[in-house]
Write a protein of this length. Structure first.
Length: 159
């Protein structure tokens, strides 16, 4: 697991191959650019390229978080709030993903589930919460994910 807060992204600036062997990386746009170069006009293609280059699942945090796997899979998460763009929120996201990895969940599933849970916790925490408030809503977010698991896309409000 490589997140901005642990400085591994800074250490890999301009050297993306230094991240080989990491399961998941979680950069924001600035960190991504320092390691991989400018995102450019096609963020999905750039995130997929970064995932292939490192062999890691790449979670590019933003208003619409992009999740790319080395095999080319791509997910776009819009289930969140702009309020998650606050200092420390990415550390919470990384912790959620790391806990799932530690429990044995594969990297792609851990990243996708972690991003969704983080977004749900942010939505439940209210407008512009402090990052410490997210932790208090992760249990309810997990309960909501479990509730939705058996529902069709239409029942979930996706379609």
């Amino acid at each position: 697991m490589c997140a901005g807060g642990c400085r591994c992204l800074s250490a890999a600036a301009g050297r993306p191959d230094a991240l080989r062997g990491v399961a998941v990386i979680t950069p924001h746009a600035g960190e991504f650019a320092r390691v991989f170069g400018a995102i450019g006009d096609d963020p999905p293609a750039r995130v997929r390229q970064a995932a292939r280059q490192t062999g890691a699942v790449v979670v590019l945090k933003g208003a619409s978080t992009l999740i790319a796997a080395p095999d080319g899979r791509l997910a776009i998460n819009v289930h969140a709030t702009p309020a998650l763009g606050t200092a420390g929120s990415g550390d919470t996201l990384s912790g959620v993903i790391a806990a799932m990895l530690a429990a044995g969940m594969p990297a792609w599933e851990a990243a996708c589930a972690g991003v969704w849970l983080h977004g749900e916790a942010g939505l439940r925490a209210g407008p512009w919460p402090v990052v410490e408030a997210l932790d208090r809503h992760l249990g309810a977010a997990r309960g909501e994910a479990e509730r939705r698991q058996g529902l069709s896309a239409r029942e979930q409000g996706v379609i």
